[in-house]
Design a protein around this ligand. Structure first.
Ligand code: PGA
Length: 255
């Protein structure tokens, strides 16, 4: 396993925060701070902020992602956004299967899979989120839960397509709670995810996939988490809304 061969990716997940004006202001703070990053830097922002964000980051090393997309090309899906709409304005990444989508909006592994397939077909790079609930961890079924999510969410994704997939391991109990998984816990599950990918594809394909950790990652714990062999980056919620904190995490990933 060679961590150096994988692309380190730090992605901000802004969730339902920042108006377009606020997004522009935050990105104008972030871009100069991360301009020398030796990792991929992404901001995943609300739909209405996307066009502004793409404009604000033009000519910089910051890429823009959406927080979801639908699987149909178009049609009667009130409130949804298609991959074509995202592609046309210059979006590169899309977060899929975030636990908040699963928990509050009825997202299932089946719909995550449909969205993933559609995103890949459109040339978007999905950041597919998996993670266990606290209760599932307490019942000692973390591995079963993760194995099932990986298998179903990536169902029918080819080895060629896998090159454009990023996996984010986000233990649900650590998201927005200030409770970070220990670096050993993060490494254990990220390594397990890679082993599952090796089973479903092969070791080379698995070794090339960037696996992020997410869940209360911040400027204080990023170094330790990112030092782990199988933790190739982070999906950052709260700390991505503060330019200096986000930049410090990017710096930790650039080492
Ligand atoms: P958090 O969120 O960093 O605020 O815990 C992470 C996420 O939900 O992606």
């Amino acid at each position: 396993m060679d961590k150096a061969k994988r692309k380190a990716i730090i992605a901000g997940n802004w969730k339902m925060n920042k108006t377009p004006k606020e997004a522009k202001a935050l990105l104008e703070q972030i871009t100069p701070l991360v301009k020398d990053a030796d990792c991929e830097v992404i901001a995943c922002v609300p739909y209405v902020d996307l066009a502004t964000a793409i404009e604000a980051t033009a000519g910089t090393n910051v890429k823009i992602g959406a927080e979801n997309c639908h699987w149909a090309a178009n049609g009667a899906f009130t409130g949804e956004i298609s991959t074509g709409m995202l592609k046309e304005i210059g979006v590169e990444y899309v977060v899929l299967g975030h636990s908040e989508r699963r928990q509050y909006f009825g997202e299932t592994d089946e719909t995550v899979n449909k969205r993933t397939k559609a995103a890949l077909a459109a040339g978007l790079k999905p950041i597919v989120c998996v993670g266990e609930l606290l209760w599932e961890r307490e019942c000692d079924i973390t591995e079963e839960v993760i194995a099932r999510q990986i298998k179903l969410d990536l169902w029918d994704v080819t080895e060629e397509e896998l090159k454009n997939v990023v996996i984010a391991y986000e233990p649900v109990w650590a998201i927005g709670t200030g409770k970070t998984a220990t670096s050993d816990q993060a490494e254990e599950v990220c390594a397990f995810i890679r082993a599952q990918l090796a089973k479903l594809y092969n070791q080379d394909a698995a070794d090339a996939v960037t696996i992020q950790y997410g869940g209360s990652m911040n400027d204080g714990n990023a170094d330790e988490l990112l030092s782990k062999t199988n933790v190739d980056g982070g999906l950052i919620g709260g700390a991505s809304l503060v330019a200096e904190k986000f930049a410090a995490i990017v710096k930790a990933a650039s080492k």
